[in-house]
Design a protein around this ligand. Structure first.
Ligand code: TGC
Ligand code: FAD
Length: 393
């Protein structure tokens, strides 16, 4: 069933005036791509749970993989607001497609670029930027989600190679990834990153089935059974939990933008429907209760747009803190989920069907509010930041 995408972006406070012509062009390019290539197929993709791999080279061609990586390594060398706008537009299409682009960009290319050797950058980054090679990021384990510092995966130095054992769970893209950036403890109990090629002996990546959320993105495990990892696959630039958390800062920033895309799509759908749907002889948009819902939605979207634009400016100036990023991720995903639930109600029974994108966004956002740090964890990060007292443990 091909869906006609009539999306019109809300810009209530003329935020576009704060964007450069390059930002507007990038946004238009990705928006056009989503309308042409994602919206017509995404319902079927999510119903069938079959990831559209044919989109990968197109996403690469458009610069959606590692947009902030220098040209020298195949990236588009764009600023952080451009990266955010790309994530916003992709998630307007579907959170699962944005997930694929944000994992590749922030969780695979980012650590290789920031912590990798020149040899690793040359070997992997170009191929990752085109999508010829796909990556995944293994931090979460069966017994360690919010608390990755407790991870049990380990590697030991065997002279010629590192011997890696352990497992990772809930890993986006692992079943089809060519490489995994894997976080494990060394013999000194320090967390380090390793680039693991998924065709190495002892690596398996079974898919996780029966998800009701993020059905347009493949999720799986990564199991390491005495994997011999070449020594030059170690990411030597940074160790400790701060290394993977640094990657999460970049991904969480992209999600803050992405969630606005999902919220805008729900709001835009509900607004249009409310003007077309008549009950009691009048459009439902004429009833105060529906106007309240819509007015609150556009208010919340506008506030999130400003918060996130400002965060982008700070990020461009290298001044954004991890806690500021947490606040935006938490606020925006929560905002988008509330808007999805309210929009769904505006559509009545039609809201539960695949004729409209709202229920799909709502289900996706249940993952987005959990991954990259749960809603609770981001609140605790803000609490820690303002009081100086950690309430995690
Ligand atoms: P804590 O003692 O606070 O910190 C340990 C070290 O890390 C440093 N650090 C950071 N560095 C960079 N960026 C950040 N955001 C950082 N936060 C902390 C910190 O300074 C310290 O450094 P050092 O040098 O002193 O060692 O650590 P903790 O064990 O108390 O845990 C803190 C906590 C809970 C905030 C953290 O572990 C956390 O964020 N937990 C949530 C886990 C999470 O977000 N997992 C995401 C997995 S990846 C994923 O979900 C991908 S979904 C992809 C998709 O499909 O889009
Ligand atoms: P838990 O940590 O067990 O938390 C359960 C509940 O307890 C939550 O409500 C949480 O907020 C609460 N809680 C935990 N600790 C505290 C505390 N100190 N105080 C108060 N409440 C607390 N991970 C990767 O590494 N790579 C990926 O690519 C990836 N992709 C994912 C894709 C999907 C679709 C999903 C759903 C998850 C993905 N994840 C990935 C894992 C994700 O990051 C974790 O699910 C997340 O960090 C939470 O961990 P958990 O599910 O183990 O929940």
């Amino acid at each position: 069933m091909a869906i006609q995408d009539q999306f019109a972006s809300p810009d209530y406070y003329l935020l576009d005036e704060l964007l450069t012509s390059e930002h507007l062009l990038i946004r238009k390019t990705i928006r056009d791509f989503v309308k042409k290539e994602i919206s017509p197929i995404i319902e079927e993709v999510c119903q069938s749970c079959i990831f559209p791999k044919n989109l990968i080279p197109k996403l690469g061609e458009l610069g959606c993989f590692g947009p902030f990586i220098p040209n020298k390594y195949g990236g588009a060398e764009l600023d952080q607001i451009s990266y955010g706008l790309i994530m916003q537009e992709l998630e307007r299409g579907d959170s699962g497609i944005r997930s694929t682009a944000s994992v590749q960009s922030s969780l695979v290319m980012f650590p290789i670029f920031n912590y990798g050797t020149n040899e690793q950058k040359t070997k992997y980054l170009h191929k990752l930027s085109t999508g010829e090679m796909m990556g995944c990021f293994g931090l979460t384990e069966p017994n360690h989600g919010s608390n990755p510092g407790g991870m049990e995966s380990r590697f030991i130095d065997k002279g010629d190679y590192f011997l890696l054992n352990g497992s990772k769970l809930w890993i986006s893209n692992s079943p089809f990834a060519d490489i995994a950036v894997v976080w494990a403890k060394n013999e000194n109990n320090r967390i380090q990153g390793l680039i693991v090629e998924t065709n190495m002996d002892g690596v398996s990546t079974p898919e996780t089935h029966n998800k009701w959320s993020l059905r347009g993105s493949v999720t799986g495990e990564i199991i390491f059974d005495n994997v011999k990892v070449p020594k030059n696959n170690l990411l030597i630039g940074k160790d400790g939990l701060g290394a993977p958390l640094g990657c999460l800062d970049s991904a969480r920033y992209g999600i803050a933008w992405g969630a606005i895309g999902a919220a805008m799509d729900c709001y835009d759908t509900a607004l249009r429907y409310s003007k077309e749907r008549n009950q009691f002889g009048k459009p439902i948009a004429s009833f105060q209760l529906q106007q309240k819902k819509l007015a609150e939605m556009i208010t919340d979207i506008t506030k999130a747009q400003f918060l996130t634009w400002r965060l982008g400016v700070l990020k461009n100036e290298n001044k954004a803190t991890s806690a500021q990023i947490s606040m935006a991720k938490r606020n925006n995903v929560d905002m988008a989920l509330r808007i999805a639930r309210e929009s769904r109600q505006v559509l009545g029974a039609m809201g539960i069907t695949g004729e409209y994108p709202i229920m799909r966004h709502m289900m996706n956002l249940e993952s987005v509010i959990t991954y990259e740090g749960t809603h609770d964890i981001h609140l605790l990060i803000t609490g820690h930041d303002i009081t100086g007292i950690s309430a995690f443990k």
